[in-house]
Design a protein around this ligand. Structure first.
Ligand code: 6YU
Length: 507
């Protein structure tokens, strides 16, 4: 009797995108006849991207392992590869519940050029944390009071205004200004322009894993590099941007009419690859811009609608190298508060004049012996996209001005050098990461993740599979979400490839 599963094992698989989702998928695939991983950039890793800067390294994309604990596959893989420091391996570290906001020793500067009282800062921060926690409680609510996290938080702040700062006018104003910074920080975390764009009801679906966030001593890119090194030579083709994916077709290699492929992948350079299955891991930002022409025939309307509705925003980093630190050695976070701001006032729309006000502050890169004296600033939203259009010199001069204002020191030396990310301008990413936007829900993430063709009886199943951080319902926006999504799609395909043909297995 013919072993029909052997037919499957001749199947050709193409994976598009060599970020953690694509690399993870290729590592997990079993039983395919051939596997090719096509990557538009000249390097693997995607939004994991470490560059040399100052005397150390700068993470242009992912920075931390969020929740480094046994339930986090990035943590487990990095540990297995020996890529983490001793601190991350400590059990107390893995058990700590930081709720996604690890407490770093910090100092907060106000725009009047003074260090703000730690007590005032923690009062506002605690209130904000309480409000955010209660925003998560609307998960599954039939009728949430408002549609966005931002509206909810602002309504709750409004209710509390009379009591803020013990009822004293100056203290109340300061509390509001600090709360405005908290909202901007949350924009960085959610990768959005405004928390008014982030849907309230599904906000609680995102899961924070236990463990105090940790970094990679040799750079986050050591992970994708290590993954890449495990793949057979010739599997990954760099500088191979895919232009279109034709599916539901009937394609033949020249001179071989006996073998029929449903999918044809055409690259920008004219190369083509015929396949039975394609795992698409390109970022949601790329899909938003290109899905109509990228897929031929176009995606079903439900999937196209999910791509349009889900959120994908920008969070960028600005690295500044200093000759000498102006901060104390124990300070790891430098926060910025514009004292005339309030979450209850409309923010300025004059990007040219005010873009830098969206910057939430700086993380001090540790340890200085490795990195030099380097600050890493975070800025989200339209202001961040505007920053991308400026020259390095303009960014450096604005940052110098901001730091002189905040420290009250007009003679603060100009940083020695600057480096910033530009994720929105990056043609194969078009932003930083996904969020569940107003008008979408967690179901849209599942729709995005559904393979095609939709018909479970289709004789040529799983032509297109979808992975990438934006397809993970509870870990979207993270490296572990990306890795798990790649594994998920590889296993989906493994089930098909390992099952005698004719059975329906692609659930
Ligand atoms: C994390 C963190 N982190 C900061 C910044 C960024 C991100 N993330 P990839 O894009 O990697 O791969 C796709 C590939 O496809 C890519 O190489 C393309 O070149 C290629 N491609 C595209 N088009 C193509 C074509 N046509 N042909 C061929 N190839 C093509 N995550 O865990 N810790 O500290 C941060 C951070 C500035 C930009 C991050 C962080 C997000 C991760 O980097 C990201 O999810 C994964 O790397 C994506 O992998 P991938 O394979 O899917 O795509 C409630 C609620 C809150 C929700 N948020 C909370 C979590 C906050 C997230 N953390 C952010 C913080 C930082 C600082």
């Amino acid at each position: 009797m013919e072993d029909r599963s052997r037919g499957r094992s001749r199947n050709r698989v193409v994976v598009v995108g060599a970020g953690l989702a694509g690399l993870g998928a290729v590592q997990r695939l079993r039983g395919a006849g051939s596997v090719r991983l096509l990557e538009a950039a000249a390097r693997a890793g995607g939004r994991v991207c470490t560059r040399p800067f100052a005397s150390g390294l700068a993470e242009m994309g992912a920075h931390w392992i969020h929740g480094p604990s046994p339930g986090n596959p990035v943590f487990c893989l990095a540990t297995r590869y020996g890529l983490l420091g001793p601190e991350a391996a400590r059990e107390e570290n893995q058990r700590a519940e930081a709720g996604g906001h690890p407490p770093l020793p910090s100092v907060t500067y106000g725009s009047s050029g003074r260090v703000l009282s730690p007590q005032a800062v923690s009062e506002a921060r605690d209130l904000f944390a309480t409000l955010l926690a209660s925003a998560r409680d609307f998960q599954g609510a039939e009728d949430p009071p408002v549609s966005s996290v931002g509206q909810y938080v602002r309504a709750e702040i409004t209710r509390r205004v009379p009591a803020l700062g013990g009822g004293k006018e100056d203290a109340r104003r300061l509390q509001l200004a600090i709360l405005a910074t908290c909202l901007k920080l949350e924009c960085c975390i959610s990768g959005t322009h405004s928390m008014d764009l982030v849907a309230l009801e599904p906000f609680g679906e995102y899961i924070s894993l236990p463990g105090l966030d940790c970094t990679f001593p040799g750079g986050y890119s050591s992970l994708p590099e290590r993954m890449l090194s495990t793949l057979p030579e010739g599997t990954v083709l760099l500088n191979k941007a895919v232009k279109t994916i034709q599916w539901q077709g009937s394609f033949h290699e020249e001179g071989d009419n006996a073998r029929d492929f449903p999918v044809r992948v055409e690259c920008e350079d004219g190369d083509t690859f015929l396949a039975d299955h394609v795992i698409v891991t390109v970022p949601l930002g790329f899909l938003k811009e290109h899905h109509q022409d990228f897929f031929q025939p176009p995606l079903p309307e439900r999937k196209a609608e999910a791509i349009r509705c889900l959120g994908f925003g920008t969070n960028n980093k600005i690295f500044l190298e200093f000759e000498q630190p102006f901060w104390e050695p124990q300070q790891q976070l430098i926060e910025v508060v514009w004292e005339d701001e309030s979450p209850l006032k409309e923010p300025s729309t004059d990007l040219e004049a005010n873009w830098f006000r969206k910057l939430i502050g700086f993380v001090v890169l540790q340890p200085p012996e490795q990195h030099g004296h380097v600050l890493c600033g975070f800025i989200a939203g339209k202001e961040s996209e505007y920053m991308e259009t400026l020259s390095d010199a303009e960014v450096l001069s604005t940052m110098t001005h901001v730091l002189r204002t905040l420290t009250g020191n007009p003679l603060l030396p100009t940083p020695r050098s600057v480096l910033r990310s530009q994720w929105h301008s990056s043609p194969y990413t078009r932003g930083s990461y996904s969020y569940v936007a107003v008008g979408s829900s967690g179901d849209d993430i599942d729709v995005l993740a559904q393979p095609l063709p939709e018909d479970p009886e289709d004789p040529r199943p799983l032509q297109l599979l979808f992975a990438g951080e934006a397809t993970h319902r509870t870990f979207y926006s993270t490296t572990h979400g990306a890795l798990l999504s790649g594994w998920r799609e590889a296993e989906r395909l493994n089930r098909l490839l390992e099952t005698p043909s004719g059975s329906t297995v692609h659930k």
